[in-house]
Design a protein around this ligand. Structure first.
Ligand code: C5P
Length: 403
């Protein structure tokens, strides 16, 4: 590795669509590789009319994926695996057709499917005739993508292959690489997020405790998504079997009282607080110093209420962060969620119906409905990683309108 190689260990999927600017794509691959990136190319059918897969295979050193339904390619690295492998998906050139397909959520070919299946950031470098670029529908599609957190690189202005002059030309290969380097360069955090996750354990004696089934997966996925979206993240976690997401500052706690203490100390230094932990509502009034012996036929544990961490943060009068709660309900989801929103004085609440199998507690998938004082939004069933990204983007929209 040379000192200039700043894309070392970065996995980049380069999507190429059908446009004359595809002749610049091999140069993009070479320059990304010069910087140490591992590049895998995905081509649409249109792209192959302009440049051959063999060229891209040669420069990338990896097989080129061009079909969703190719058993050999799926066996080597399936499209979902490719979607998970990517740290960044770049589409250069991005045709108006592919831009429209991604904006509409179509999954008619490998590249558009990948864009839906990946939790990695996506950047597109539009390339089209100036009139097509200026068309209202293209501008609407680009605005929709920007709202979803997709990065738009370019286009440049100037003379076009068709002879027109105007905005629509793809930016040069070296500019794509510059944008990529810029993308991976650490920047001052766009926002500071504090989040609680996992269960808490309430000791009965030195060897026993009361707890719940929370896995912490949703909170960890949110921490990871927020970090990837430019946030500085502090994660206060109960006991879970999960690895800390990259660059996230983790504070481990065991009991609700410890979680309360750590959260209240840290909250004023953060812009947004998300209470994702399944905090035990009650704890044993007395923790026995020695292990309790089974001498009696029955046993009564007297419990006292734990502090409500979320309500206490939301009640801060100074340096109060934007407060987001979770509501895990088994019935009357909206009524209970809105009740909590009001009672705890929250800015937003994310509700899930934990009685539905395959979502919520301990599952890899989840669906949420977000409620705020004068609105609501459904985030349908998807992986916790994808859902986390959608949730953070939505929270940022609300946070930014308040500030
Ligand atoms: O009132 P309920 O426990 O249903 O509220 C759930 C929300 O409140 C979740 O966001 C949870 O993380 C938070 N909470 C908390 N401290 C508690 C209990 C719940 O922060 N003691």
């Amino acid at each position: 590795m040379t000192a200039q190689q700043t894309l070392q260990n970065k996995n980049i999927v380069l999507g190429i669509t059908g446009g004359i600017a595809a002749y610049k794509s091999p140069e993009i691959v070479r320059r990304l590789k010069d910087q140490g990136a591992d590049v895998r190319v995905v081509m649409t059918a249109g792209a192959k009319e302009f440049i051959t897969p063999l060229t891209l295979q040669a420069v990338s050193g990896n097989p080129v994926a061009d079909s969703l339904l190719d058993p050999a390619a799926e066996a080597a690295m399936g499209h979902i695996e490719l979607a998970k492998w990517a740290d960044l998906v770049i589409i250069a050139p991005a045709s108006s057709n592919t831009i429209a397909a991604i904006a509409a959520g179509l999954a008619g070919d490998l590249l558009t499917t990948l864009c839906i299946a990946t939790a990695a950031p996506i950047a597109i470098a539009p390339a089209m005739n100036q009139q097509m670029y200026a068309a209202a529908v293209t501008q609407e599609n680009i605005a929709r993508l920007t709202n979803r957190g997709v990065h738009i690189w370019g286009p440049a202005s100037g003379e076009q292959a068709c002879g027109d002059v105007g905005q629509g030309r793809m930016i040069e290969a070296l500019e794509v690489v510059e944008q990529t380097l810029n993308f991976f360069t650490p920047k001052p955090p766009a926002f500071k997020l504090l989040i609680t996750a996992g269960p808490t354990r309430e000791a009965i004696d030195p060897v026993r405790y009361i707890s719940n089934h929370s896995s912490g997966k949703m909170g960890f996925a949110i921490a990871k998504a927020a970090q990837a979206l430019g946030g500085e993240v502090t994660l206060v976690s109960g006991p879970v079997a999960l690895t800390t997401p990259h660059s996230v500052n983790r504070i481990d706690v065991v009991s609700a009282e410890q979680m309360h203490q750590q959260t209240l100390v840290n909250a004023p230094q953060h812009d947004i607080f998300i209470a994702c932990a399944a905090v035990a509502d009650y704890r044993p009034a007395l923790v026995c110093e020695q292990k309790i012996k089974k001498n009696d036929d029955d046993m009564v544990v007297s419990m006292v209420k734990n502090p409500d961490i979320l309500a206490d943060v939301a009640a801060l009068t100074e340096q109060r962060p934007f407060c987001v709660g979770f509501a895990a309900e088994t019935q009357d989801v909206e009524t209970y969620a809105r009740g909590k929103l009001q009672r705890k004085k929250l800015d937003l609440i994310a509700a899930n119906n934990v009685s539905v199998t395959g979502q919520g507690f301990n599952s890899d998938d989840n669906a949420l409905t977000l409620y705020w004082p004068n609105g609501q939004l459904d985030l349908p069933l998807t992986s916790k990683d994808m859902l986390a990204k959608q949730l953070v983007l939505e929270i940022l929209k609300h946070y930014n309108t308040q500030h």
